[in-house]
Design a binder for this molecule. Structure first.
Ligand code: FES
Length: 79
């Protein structure tokens, strides 16, 4: 599998609504970061569907080195 593009080397603070389906971009090519815009088509990557329980601002991964998970775990600090 090819390596994802680093969209940015820090998380995207993103306001999310409770119970809504979101699709986090895992390939790094979306122009609507941190969410998928379909730019992964033809690649090995697929978006990651997720929801949140509480409406608030979340730190979503921008470096795409977070083991395929939408939420930042600090992986950008090891780039
Ligand atoms: S555009 Fe990156 S996963 Fe869809």
């Amino acid at each position: 599998m090819s390596e994802a593009v680093i969209a940015q080397e820090f998380p995207y603070m993103t306001d999310l609504e409770a119970g809504k389906d979101y699709y986090w971009c895992s390939c790094g090519k979306s122009s609507k970061q941190p969410l998928c815009d379909g730019s992964h088509k033809g690649s090995d990557f697929t978006p990651v569907k997720f929801q949140v329980d509480k409406a608030k601002s979340y730190a979503l991964c921008g470096c795409k080195r977070n083991d395929g998970q939408p939420f930042c775990n600090g992986a950008h600090n090891r780039l």
